[in-house]
Design a protein around this ligand. Structure first.
Ligand code: HEM
Length: 147
């Protein structure tokens, strides 16, 4: 099994990075959608279109990418023995937090679909910075491997 994973390593890494791009793109887009959604008239046809766009973004891009990133990432980790390395523990902590953020966004989309608008546009714009900052640290951890 270890040998098979080792021979697949470049393909696993390619798959991982491809889905990381899709996942991050979705994580950047969804809160943007929320901002525009909240600027629409409650009960309007435009609001219904945002609910639909948000559901499609989650179902077609975000959820499948989250699963693929985790599957490829964990296979990569087994193939290089990353579970015993410090940088990987730090990365794992951050990607668990990022997955939690994804889950929170899903919850917020469901609330918005029910007409609940809990956060201001400004708060949503600020939250939108979170995945970018996490991605910077994750990429440094995985490429520089400082510890
Ligand atoms: C969700 C769970 C994740 C797991 C379990 C995971 C695990 C891994 C592992 C084990 C590697 C191989 C490292 C190596 O060969 O030296 C890797 C590579 C990589 N990961 Fe992740 N990762 C995850 C999420 C992410 C996220 C969210 C990002 C970016 C925001 C990311 C960016 C990268 C990049 C750019 C590489 C390629 C680094 C290189 O060129 O060696 N990963 N990942």
């Amino acid at each position: 099994m270890e040998q098979v994973l080792a021979s697949l390593y470049p393909w696993l890494k390619a798959g991982h990075v491809i889905f990381v791009i899709f996942w991050m793109a979705g994580l950047f887009m969804l809160p943007r959608y929320f901002v525009y959604h909240q600027e629409s008239e409650p009960g309007s046809a435009e609001e219904a279109r945002w609910v639909d766009r948000e559901a499609k973004l989650r179902k077609i891009i975000l959820t499948p990418s989250l699963i693929a990133v985790w599957v490829f990432g964990l296979l990569l980790a087994s193939s290089i023995g990353a579970f015993a390395q410090g940088w990987f523990h730090a990365k794992l902590l951050l990607v668990v937090a990022l997955s939690g953020y994804h889950g929170w966004l899903t919850g917020y989309a469901k609330k918005l679909a029910r007409g609940e608008r809990k956060l201001s546009g400004k708060a949503l714009r600020l939250l939108n910075e979170v995945p970018g900052l996490v991605a910077v640290v994750v990429v440094i951890l995985v490429i520089v491997k400082p510890f």
